[in-house]
Design a protein around this ligand. Structure first.
Ligand code: NAD
Length: 429
């Protein structure tokens, strides 16, 4: 096996219009303008520190060999090791991974974690593969990116198309190659191998905390609030359960196959059973069908996009009737979509704040693994709530003081913290 080389990224090409990277660059540019930074610092903050592109050959169960592309990007490590998920999705490309890595950098800084930002991806549709094939692809990808990851350098977690089982394979592959067990190389792994209580539901619990904080700021309560959620995976599914348990009314949900709505509120517990049995929310009884586009335009209090990026764009944003958009997914709103939401007076709680609960409990998991000492569910839940609500309040106060949207305020805080670390450390050599 040849050792893969780690390259300095070539980011001189302009990202495609409306792509996640174009959105991420536009958001950074706005923060840089607000902070008055020079072009040198801007270029530094816009460019990934390092990235790796790998080929991932997979022996299929049939014996045939297929080749997939894989990437790992460390966007910035000024505040600590890279941290970020691993995505398996057919649309994964290097620019998407770069955007997601950049958002991780700001997100970790906004919730004040000692991490930089990273992300990984494999261009593969996990639905087309058996469990054994997914295990082989995960192990081969891990071995190819081995020079870049480690508990003190770059720590992985689940993202779209991957889960705790994937993280167990990554950890095992890394550990076997090092000769001893190293649980802290990944987070979001099963409890049996050093995972943390509360990690599986942390992103969703964080979404509920910030939604409640935003409603409270507007003098409203979560109880009885009408909510629509796009995406019923790890983030959207658990968010629906927690919202319902907290007395909110989940009136519509969807996944990649379609959606369902019930104006009096869906029976989320039964819906979860239906999804476990059929693999989709579609055809859930006691509910009417709704398309993904229609869901975005429903007359609800809170809309939670929790599936893929770019769904609220210049077209769909015009039809959003929710008063709050709480971004569970990464990059669900394009720059043009964001401007329309702002013009229509809709409060957007941005992804870098709203979905940070996952990385917060990932951090708790990493701390526990490093100490080999495990916290109780109550401790974790309390510490998560405190971090999320404090971060929301910091962002909201900053927005009020400087006359910014929550997104611009959050990004300004994140970018400023990263730039400060960069400046204090100085330039080597
Ligand atoms: P997942 O794979 O568990 O679930 C994704 C869900 O989105 C599924 O219900 C899927 O059917 C649906 N979906 C996929 N394509 C769709 C489409 N075109 N239209 C409508 N629905 C579609 O993934 P996840 O972990 O829940 O991640 C969802 C989003 O949240 C991603 O943007 C991810 O980056 C972000 N996120 C995840 C975490 C985490 O802890 N898992 C943390 C922060 C952010």
């Amino acid at each position: 096996m040849t050792t893969p080389s780690i390259t300095t990224p070539d980011t001189t090409t302009t990202p495609a219009e409306h792509s996640p990277l174009a959105t991420a660059h536009a958001q950074l540019a706005a923060a840089v303008r607000h902070l008055g930074y020079d072009e040198g610092l801007h270029a530094n903050l816009a460019t990934p520190r390092r990235e790796i592109h790998v080929s991932v050959p997979l022996r299929m169960d049939s014996g045939e060999v297929r080749l997939f592309r894989g990437f790992r990007v460390q966007h910035n490590v000024s505040r600590g090791p890279g941290k970020g998920g691993l995505r398996f999705h057919p649309d994964v490309d290097i620019d998407e991974v770069r955007a997601l890595a950049m958002w991780m950098t700001w997100k970790c800084a906004i919730v004040d974690l000692p991490y930089g930002g990273a992300k990984g991806g494999v261009t593969i549709d996990p639905r087309d593969h058996s469990r054994a094939e997914l295990e082989r692809v995960t192990r081969r990808y891990t071995s190819e990116i081995m020079p870049m990851i480690g508990p003190d350098t770059d720590i992985m977690a689940p993202d779209m198309g991957t889960d705790e089982r994937t993280m167990a394979w990554v950890m095992d592959t890394y550990s076997v190659n090092r000769g001893y067990t190293i649980p802290a190389v990944v987070t979001g792994k099963p409890i049996a191998v050093g995972g943390s209580l509360g990690r599986g539901t942390a992103t969703s619990a964080g979404i509920v905390h910030v939604t409640e904080a935003a409603l409270r700021q507007a003098g409203e309560r979560l109880e009885g609030t009408r909510i629509a959620i796009q995406g019923f995976g790890k983030v959207g599914g658990h968010a629906a359960e927690i919202f319902a348990a907290r007395g909110a009314r989940v009136v519509a949900v969807s996944d990649q196959y379609g959606g369902v709505r019930a104006d009096d509120g869906l029976d989320v517990a039964r819906l979860v059973q239906h999804v476990a049995a059929t693999g989709s929310v579609v055809d859930f009884e006691d509910a009417d069908p709704v398309s993904n586009t229609e869901l975005l335009a429903l007359d609800v209090d809170v809309l939670v996009p929790a599936a893929i990026q770019g769904v609220i764009d210049e077209t769909t944003a015009q039809h959003v009737r929710a008063r709050f958009v709480v971004e569970g997914a990464n990059g669900p709103t394009t720059t043009a979509g964001d401007e329309i939401l702002a013009k229509n007076g809709i409060t957007v709680v941005p992804d870098v704040l709203a979905n940070a609960g996952g990385v917060v409990v990932s951090y708790f998991e990493w701390v526990q693994a490093n100490q080999a000492y495990w916290w109780t569910a109550e401790e974790i839940s309390e510490k998560l709530a405190h971090r999320m609500v404090t971060a929301y309040q910091d962002v909201a106060e900053h927005a009020r003081r400087d006359g910014l949207s929550l997104r611009d305020a959050a990004l300004t805080i994140g970018v400023q913290r990263v730039a400060e670390a960069h400046k204090i450390r100085g330039l080597y050599p």
